[in-house]
Design a protein around this ligand. Structure first.
Ligand code: ZN
Length: 294
């Protein structure tokens, strides 16, 4: 197995590819922004860089060794679904890739539905704006827990190191892309979104309205939200407030608060201070639900 393939193991070519993609998207979202930012970019960049650095360090020191050990076990013992059904290699890669993405859909949904996991995943959603710098802003605790999921994912699917590495790099690139604040022509984005998760689709997922936050869990293929009826595209990006209402005050989004947030008494996430639960007015919503708005 060539361990230098995976970005979790952080080899130089992969860092270069992801770094270049970050820069291209960062420049593109300055030239053609999708949503108007609400807070200072410099302040957010500091918070997102610190939280992301801890997340990436945890991925490198905890998740990558666990994933590598699981990949070795799968190869050595020939365990997992794909090892048992023994498809021709191209089909095995394609099927493995699809199953990796489907299992991520369930892991992302679990991070929203299970209150203990949401304490940590909430840190990602508290960012008051959404752009490429949000892409890897995850609490290190969430990343550490994902090691358990990654081992289960690898062992149950029986994924090969090549498929795993291919998925990892495309997962990293796609995470950068769908978090970015790049304004694509609506017709083009609608077309891409028939297959892939796009910035407008993921923008709805970062909305401060609970129903919208609990939609659009897919990572690479948008198919999973279509199949599970969790797709929601019918809100214009200008009508979306990014963030979590209980943590929308600018003073919340500082490094120290973000790191301790999961261990503190949790606020009512969907209410601004003592105000009402944030709801979407009917005039903001168009039909059908899967009709992407500008
Ligand atoms: Zn989420």
């Amino acid at each position: 197995m060539n361990e230098s393939w995976t970005w979790l193991g952080a080899p130089l070519p992969t860092i270069a590819i992801l770094g270049a993609a970050f820069l291209v998207l960062f420049i593109a979202e300055r030239l053609a922004p999708l949503r108007a930012p609400r807070s200072s970019l410099a302040g957010r960049l500091v918070v997102n860089a610190c939280v992301s650095a801890l997340a990436l360090a945890t991925a490198y020191f905890v998740v990558a060794p666990a994933a590598m050990a699981a990949l070795r076990e799968v190869s050595f013992r020939q365990i997992g679904l794909l090892q048992w059904i023994a498809l021709p290699e191209p089909a095995e890669v394609a099927f493995g890739f699809v199953l990796m993405d489907l299992s991520f859909y369930y892991w992302h949904m679990a991070n929203h539905k299970i209150p203990f996991l949401w304490r940590f995943h909430n840190v990602h959603h508290v960012d008051p704006d959404l752009d490429v710098s949000t892409a890897f802003r995850f609490h290190f605790g969430e990343v550490a827990f994902s090691a358990v999921f990654r081992v289960a994912q690898i062992v149950l699917i029986g994924v090969t190191p090549f498929t795993f590495a291919l998925y990892e790099i495309l997962f990293g690139l796609h995470t950068l892309f769908h978090h970015s604040n790049v304004r694509l022509p609506l017709a083009l984005e609608r077309w891409i979104n028939k297959v892939l998760v796009t910035p407008r689709m993921h923008g709805v997922h970062h909305s401060d309205v609970r129903r919208e936050n609990n939609a659009n869990y897919s990572v690479v293929f948008s198919l999973w939200d279509r199949l599970h009826r969790t797709l929601r595209l019918n809100i214009a990006q200008t009508r979306i407030v990014i963030g979590v209402p209980g943590y929308l005050e600018p003073a919340n989004n500082v490094v120290r608060n973000m790191l301790v947030l999961p261990f503190r008494t949790q606020r009512d996430y969907w209410r601004i201070a003592d105000g009402p639960v944030v709801e979407r007015s009917d005039s903001d919503i168009t039909l059908p639900r899967n009709g992407m708005q500008a």
